[in-house]
Design a protein. Structure first.
Length: 414
């Protein structure tokens, strides 16, 4: 596989192009990775805020539908880069809409706003991530790992904010949602979105001369290679696509629908207990996304591995299903113990973040036939589609657990 060399664009280009005699600015050496981290944080903050507020899980299905729709569109429509800051701007407006709607709308009107807003959130976040992954995976220094790290960072940011707010704001609720926490959490999301938009405009070439997501310089560097048919591209990249689908399908099937929702229904967990359990997912999902980016350090070198090994790991993750179900179905002190529940959630989260990062880091190296930068972008978009399909179908298959008497009504009554 020939190396893809994409010179940085925008402001960052001047710092990397030493041939032009311009002095390198130290501040820009880390600017591009920070930009991709911020994109990941901002795209997930809204969903994590809703999760932290314990908003109805049915809303999340509409968000997943929006994510899925945007990723399908990305296969047929080459989103212009200008849509990246624009979609982030729409997310910011939706956050403000949540704050206004919760304070002023009736419960029915607020419910209607949530449904429409979550679909739009899915669409906008999906478009932003599709564009960012398409650009990031073709950089000389693959930026997709930083984007994945940002996604994990969002969880820890909202968890810490949520935990602090539990102790400093009023516990008054409206429509079963804490009023003060909603204002704060969506306010934090707005701040990060505005900062991310500024970084995107400064450090990503939003308006390239060739008006698409590809660099003219890359095309010259690679030569005019023939594009492969889609079926050949899929044959070369199917392992990464399947791996990214499986990890997200299982994670969203079990969390939060089984653990913590059914655990709470079965054992009557307090709000603080729920915050801690949910926080375990966000913390360990965040932690696990960094080691694959640090394999140059000896102790982390085993955190990246082949896609074959990753697929085996994904099938081993199916063992989480009986563990989560037992935590909901059995009233034995072992299964109601918060430490054991935290370990269960933490293990799922750690493998989720880890196995989500590895495919984007290694798939380019394992490609045998695909050499064109455009073909690699196609695989990247399909991987994003697989990610969102996994989330969507994971959320849908959570409903299967409603057909089994996992939560026993008599036990709930007690």
């Amino acid at each position: 596989m020939s190396e893809i060399n994409e010179p940085s664009s925008g402001i960052l280009a001047s710092s990397n192009n030493t041939n032009k005699g311009s002095p390198q600015r130290p501040s820009t050496s880390a600017a591009l990775p920070i930009t991709y981290i911020l994109i990941g944080v901002s795209c997930l903050n809204v969903w994590n805020s809703a999760l932290g507020l314990n908003i109805k899980i049915t809303y999340n299905i509409f968000q997943m539908a929006g994510l899925l729709g945007s990723s399908i569109l990305s296969l047929f429509v080459n989103f212009p880069r200008a849509l990246l800051p624009m979609s982030l701007g729409v997310l910011s407006l939706l956050c403000a809409g949540f704050q206004i709607a919760h304070q002023t709308f009736s419960e029915t009107a607020f419910d209607a706003y949530c449904l429409g807003a979550f679909i739009t959130i899915g669409l906008m976040a999906g478009i932003a991530q599709s564009i960012a992954f398409a650009i990031g995976t073709t950089k000389e220094n693959n930026m997709s790992g930083y984007l994945s790290a940002g996604i994990g960072m969002s969880g820890i940011l909202i968890f810490c904010s949520n935990l602090i707010l539990d102790y400093i704001v009023s516990s008054d609720k409206k429509y079963e949602i804490n009023q003060a926490k909603l204002l704060w959490l969506f306010g934090i999301s707005e701040v990060f979105l505005v900062i991310t938009i500024i970084f995107c405009l400064l450090y990503i070439d939003i308006f390239p001369k060739n008006d698409n997501n590809n660099s003219t310089d890359i095309e010259k560097g690679e030569g005019k290679e023939d594009r492969l048919p889609l079926i050949e591209i899929l044959k070369d990249g199917y392992k990464a696509i399947l791996a990214i689908f499986l990890v997200n399908w299982l994670s969203l099937q079990l969390f939060p629908g089984v653990g913590h929702k059914k655990w709470q229904a079965r054992h009557g967990m307090s709000d603080n207990h729920v915050t801690i359990v949910v926080g375990m997912f966000q913390v360990f999902d965040f932690i696990s996304r960094y080691p694959p980016n640090l394999t140059h350090i000896k102790m982390f070198k085993y955190f990246t591995f082949s896609l074959n090994t990753l697929l085996i790991g994904n099938f081993l993750r199916l063992l989480f299903i009986p563990w989560f179900v037992l935590n909901a179905a059995v009233a034995h002190p072992f299964f109601t113990n918060i430490v054991q529940q935290c370990i269960c959630i933490a293990a799922l989260a750690f493998t989720n973040g880890w196995f989500n990062t590895v495919p984007f880091m290694v798939f380019v190296k394992e490609l045998k036939k695909v050499k064109s930068q455009k073909d690699i972008e196609v695989i990247s978009r399909i991987m994003v589609l697989a990610l969102f399909c996994g989330l969507f179908f994971g959320m849908l298959t959570t409903c299967l657990y409603d057909n089994f008497p996992i939560v026993i009504p008599k036990a709930v009554a007690k």
